[in-house]
Design a protein around this ligand. Structure first.
Ligand SMILES: [Zn+2]
Length: 188
């Protein structure tokens, strides 16, 4: 991959700051990431991003479908614009309720690209004591977890609940819950 010109001063300052940040080229490939980004991904925080810090790797390759198509459309639509874009998402762990904001700043100089920054919005001990995950396992022993909001589907399909231990359940299938599906794809 050919070397690019040094990022502009604002980009450089962001990459040297404390927030996880990455610079993408117009093909949505990684130009560089900072150390906080690597730590964030390694902690499982950026569930869609691991291990996407290799220079030249496609940022989209680390995002599972069906969210990948949504991210690709959103990010490609930003290239060449001058508007920053924000997307809030949940990335709770069994112990912590966490919410982050992904902000994408379109770049035009020296080349088109995007500067991505993750900002923590909420991080606190989870208010729920937590239901046992066993109550959510289907006949095959799987729990069904929404890959976006991390809620778990009830066995009778009557709704989705926050089940802390399901976030790290080994036997899980990942899809989208109905509210996330409606929000992202307009599919009820
Ligand atoms: Zn969801």
């Amino acid at each position: 991959m050919p070397e690019r010109d040094a990022p502009a001063a604002l980009v450089r300052a962001t990459l040297e700051g404390p927030a996880p940040a990455a610079l993408l080229d117009e093909g949505l490939r990684i130009v560089c990431v900072n150390e906080p980004w690597k730590r964030f991904a390694e902690s499982g925080g950026a569930r869609a991003d691991h291990p996407s810090w290799a220079v030249g790797a496609s940022y989209l390759d680390a995002i599972s479908s069906p969210l990948r198509a949504w991210y690709e459309r959103a990010l490609r639509g930003l290239l060449g614009s001058r508007e920053a874009w924000h997307h809030d998402y949940d990335c709770s762990t069994p112990e912590l309720e966490r919410s982050f904001r992904l902000t994408a700043y379109p770049q035009t100089e020296p080349e088109r690209g995007l500067l991505l920054v993750h900002t923590c919005r909420v991080e606190r001990p989870h208010p729920h004591a937590g239901e046992p995950v066993e109550a959510y396992r289907d006949a095959d022993g799987l729990v069904h977890v929404c890959m976006h909001c991390r809620r778990t589907q009830r066995l009778d399909h009557s709704g989705w609940d926050w089940v802390p231990s399901a976030v790290e359940a080994r036997r899980a299938s990942h899809g989208l819950c109905q509210p996330c599906s409606v929000h992202y794809f307009g599919v009820p």
